[in-house]
Design a protein around this ligand. Structure first.
Ligand code: ACK
Length: 302
């Protein structure tokens, strides 16, 4: 009812269809779990492989994010955004149906046990892909949007290692030309822009900051997620800034890849990461500038 009231246009799947596709939500088909519930792999009768996100409980928060996610991305089409095929709201269930991403999340690719070997070319492609997806969200369609929760677990990789942004549960429309003050701060520690985390100032530049953290992780192979019991949430950024001041920023690059190191690509990604994580939002580039910087089309000025 909610969805129709909002005039949302998205394909509706029947419960029976999704039950058949996932073999009755068999645990063997479970791709993983998030704060919202579980994700299952499925195959439709026409052979399309899908990922089905099932909301675990009917908590108000989850419900709101579910409806928000449909509202935000139904109809958005971009090669660097995970495609929402549709949803199912039958039998008191809330299910979202997405295109299936063969190579799981970027976090898993970087830090998982059976991590993919991502060479510099792959890392550059992933970094540019995320930047293009965000550029599209910010300025490429009729609506302007802030994702609010860009991090390595919310970037998924397809069979060809194309990066696509997922999880739009926290996304917000950019309502005004000027920054808007958010009363409820939501996002992930380690990725949140300081002006947003501390003051609630939400603009596209908050996503630019989170993107910078992700870019730094892609280059360094090190996570910026706070460690349990750790006391420094922004260790990676602090480390990079210290190295930058000393003039040896390249020390941060992933040691396992140093041998096959393409210094131009890695240096560019690292420098983009640094401008994007500038403490002052006005000194961060826009995402279209970041794309051009990554491609070497414009100079990076700190
Ligand atoms: O890193 P992962 O394997 O990739 O673990 C998470 C888990 O579900 C919870 O979000 C995976 N996941 C989410 N959406 C998709 C999708 N469209 N295709 C494949 N895996 C997905 C994600």
């Amino acid at each position: 009812r909610d969805l129709r009231a909002q005039g949302l246009q998205t394909a509706c799947y029947s419960w029976r269809q999704l039950q058949a596709a996932t073999n009755n939500f068999d645990q063997a088909n479970k791709l993983g779990e998030g704060g919202f519930g579980s994700v299952f792999k499925g195959e439709m009768s026409d052979g399309t492989i899908i990922a089905v996100k099932q909301l675990s409980s009917k908590s108000c928060q989850g419900n709101r994010e579910f409806v928000n996610e449909i509202g935000m991305i139904s109809g958005l089409n971009h090669p660097n955004l995970v495609k929402l095929y549709g949803c199912c709201v039958e039998k008191n269930q809330l299910l979202l149906v997405y295109e299936y991403m063969e190579n799981n999340s970027l976090a898993l690719a970087l830090y998982g046990k059976s991590s993919l070997k991502l060479d510099w070319a792959a890392r550059q492609k992933i970094c540019v892909g995320i930047a293009r997806g965000l550029e599209f969200l910010h300025e490429g369609s009729m609506i302007r949007m802030v994702h609010r929760d860009i991090k390595t677990t919310n970037v998924l990789l397809d069979a060809d290692l194309n990066a696509k942004i997922s999880d739009f549960g926290l996304a917000r429309l950019h309502e005004a030309e000027h920054s808007h003050i958010s009363t409820k701060i939501a996002g992930t520690i380690g990725y949140m822009a300081p002006e947003y985390a501390l003051l609630g100032h939400l603009t596209e530049k908050a996503d630019v900051y989170s993107f910078g953290v992700v870019a730094m992780e892609i280059v360094s192979g090190k996570s910026n997620m706070p460690q349990k019991g750790g006391d420094d949430n922004v260790s990676l950024i602090n480390w990079a800034l210290t190295l930058q001041q000393k003039g040896d920023i390249m020390e941060i690059v992933d040691a396992t890849l140093e041998g096959e190191f393409n210094s131009k690509e890695a240096a560019r990604m690292m420098n983009v990461a640094l401008v994007c994580t500038n403490a002052s939002p006005s000194l961060r580039p826009t995402m279209s500038e970041a794309v051009l910087m990554l491609e070497g089309e414009i100079e990076i000025t700190q």
